[in-house]
Design a protein around this ligand. Structure first.
Ligand code: ADP
Length: 419
């Protein structure tokens, strides 16, 4: 099909990040299509304002993350994409071996750009960048719960310093005083930038200013917050925002693989609110004492008034313990695979509404379910939309919740938003 390509072609390093970005752009009036995995020849990238490719590249080896991101960028550029956006987590989620720096460097090389911006700020969720340091609420990133993350423990809040350990591309800072002077001042600062400019942002108004300054940049990088200001740069059809597809109304369940503090609070609130709980113990999984069939039977037999909650979420000491026993990656992979198999079993038994907690966990479950395209549905909490997938002709509603997102009662309150 001829016609213009997407205004924005985004590559997200995990699935919940992609849905969060999809929501931000849809709210900005864009028609948004989310594609799971590197696009291939059969993927239709035309006829939308924004295409978001969601990868599961946050914690894979850097060379693989670069290869997948490059392949996605090539497909997006070949479809006529005006601006590429590399989306990563608002808590950065990238250690010294991590992928953000290498992927930015590769996308700069691919687009021939010698400058771009990096801004993970998401003030609505308490993530702000000040003088190059990332804060989570009132704490530096390195003093927040992220220091105990199972896969990407964050021990440095200084983003330029962290990026310099990941890439040879020069990294500089555009600080809040320049941002507050306005988008013209940011553009001036960008003119003299070679490489990656980390940009301070404390409030949404800062992100709008940065978004306006990013007009014409071939490559933008950041959290979904920086996308707040991007739709305004393009001539959008006012009637064009995404339609919400048919909403399913079958059985509901929560699958939680996140050990982030917010998810742990949400699990407690769900159990206290009467959700039937099935705790997944890594030792029981490894020994075969717990199988997917146990969890599927538990959910299927649970009384219908509250959705069952199947969770591996555990406190930092328990996570450390199972990581020492099985290895960090192996423990994560074992649980992700388990939850994927549970999701398949539940879908086959009429569960067509699921809240999934955890970025990696969501990616694993979407892959297990074989879902490749998602439409944006109603928003539950900031950054957490319902997404409607088409599975063999039947709609399935999936809320893909990044571990640290969502109100404490989200496992109880999410369902009301679907109607
Ligand atoms: P978040 O969005 O909070 O970062 P993720 O799903 O991305 O959550 O990552 C959490 C990782 O921790 C997953 O790989 C998950 O399988 C793993 N995990 C969950 N529970 C445990 C546990 N009890 N011990 C060790 N690892 C765990």
């Amino acid at each position: 099909m001829a016609g213009r390509g997407p205004f924005i072609g985004a590559i997200a390093d995990d699935l919940t990040g992609a849905t969060d970005l999809a929501l931000t752009l849809a709210r900005g009036g864009m028609r948004v299509r989310q594609v799971v995995g590197v696009p291939d020849a059969s993927t239709d990238l035309a006829g939308t304002d924004a295409v978001i490719v969601s990868l599961k590249s946050r914690t894979i080896p850097a060379a693989e993350a670069v290869a997948q991101s490059e392949a996605s960028a090539k497909a997006l550029l070949a479809a006529g994409t005006h601006q590429l956006f590399f989306k990563y987590c608002s808590t950065f989620d990238s250690t010294d071996e991590g992928n953000i720096g290498p992927v930015i460097a590769a996308l700069m090389a691919l687009t021939g750009e010698d400058r771009t911006i990096a801004c993970p700020a998401f003030p609505a969720n308490g993530r702000t960048v000040y003088r190059g340091h990332l804060f989570v609420g009132n704490a530096l990133l390195s003093e927040s719960g992220m220091r105990n993350h199972p896969l990407t423990p964050m021990t440095d809040s200084n983003l330029p310093r962290l990026l310099r350990r990941q890439t040879d591309v020069p990294v500089s800072l555009i600080d809040i005083s320049t941002v507050r002077t306005g988008s013209g001042a940011i553009r001036e600062a960008l003119k003299s930038t070679r490489g990656i400019a980390v940009i301070d942002a404390i409030e949404d108004t800062d992100l709008m200013t940065i978004g306006a300054a990013a007009r014409g940049l071939k490559l933008v990088t950041g959290g979904s917050g920086v996308a707040l200001g991007l739709p305004g740069n393009f001539p959008l059809d006012p009637a064009g925002a995404s339609d919400t597809a048919a909403v399913p109304s079958g059985r509901a369940a929560v699958l939680a693989g996140s050990c982030s503090e917010a998810t742990i609070r949400q699990v407690s609130a769900g159990l206290a609110g009467g959700m039937p709980g099935f705790r997944v113990d890594p030792y029981d999984l490894a020994a075969g004492r717990t199988t997917p069939e146990h969890a599927i039977a538990f959910a299927t037999d649970a009384p219908g008034d509250r959705p069952p909650l199947i969770y591996a979420s555990a406190d930092p000491a328990s996570v450390r313990d199972s990581q020492e026993a099985f290895g960090r990656e192996a423990a994560g992979a074992m649980i992700e695979e388990f939850l994927g198999r549970v999701a398949i079993g539940l879908a086959a038994r009429g569960f067509d509404r699921m809240v999934i907690a955890g970025g990696e966990t969501s990616g694993a479950i979407i892959a297990a379910l074989g879902v490749t395209e998602l439409d944006v549905g109603p928003e539950i909490d900031p950054g957490v939309p319902w997404m409607i997938a088409n599975r063999g002709g039947n709609p399935v509603a999936l809320a893909l919740k990044s571990g640290n997102f969502g109100a404490n009662d989200i496992f109880l309150s999410a369902w009301g938003k679907l109607r």
